[in-house]
Design a protein. Structure first.
Length: 134
């Protein structure tokens, strides 16, 4: 029983470390995200004039688009091209204010959070998770 408890604690520690490593959140400022990740590896201005920052943290590439100074679109993708594990999908959604995560809906269509003000969708083809303010 002690061995089970130790393994469970180790699994939780690994999950929280992995989740914290990619803690981009909708609504944060570029300054806040840059303080967490360090300077972006690439900065650009999109065709619509929005600022876009590209970061790399742990196993993930994170692309964040800012509108009026706040993150309104976050894209997570594993740098190695593998699928994002289910527990990480849930963790990223929870960090972005989603209380109820239905993985089937997340993958087949989308889910909504924060009273419908935020959407999330995972595309199995691109293996990318998008969280955005519609």
């Amino acid at each position: 029983n002690a061995k089970k408890k130790k393994n469970h604690s180790l699994l939780l520690a690994v999950f929280f470390f992995a989740a914290d490593a990619v803690d981009a959140r909708i609504g944060k400022t570029a300054t806040s995200n840059n303080a967490h990740y360090g300077p972006p590896i690439k900065r650009e201005v999109g065709p619509d004039g929005h600022l876009i920052h590209h970061h790399r943290r742990g196993a993930y590439r994170i692309e964040i688009t800012y509108h009026d100074g706040r993150a309104d679109w976050v894209f997570y993708q594993r740098a190695d091209g593998h699928a994002i594990p289910d527990d990480h999908l849930v963790g990223f959604c929870e960090f972005n204010g989603f209380e109820k995560i239905d993985l089937v809906e997340l993958i087949s269509d989308h889910i909504t959070g924060q009273g419908g003000s935020v959407l999330a969708s995972y595309n199995p083809t691109s293996r990318g998770l998008v969280i955005l303010i519609p």
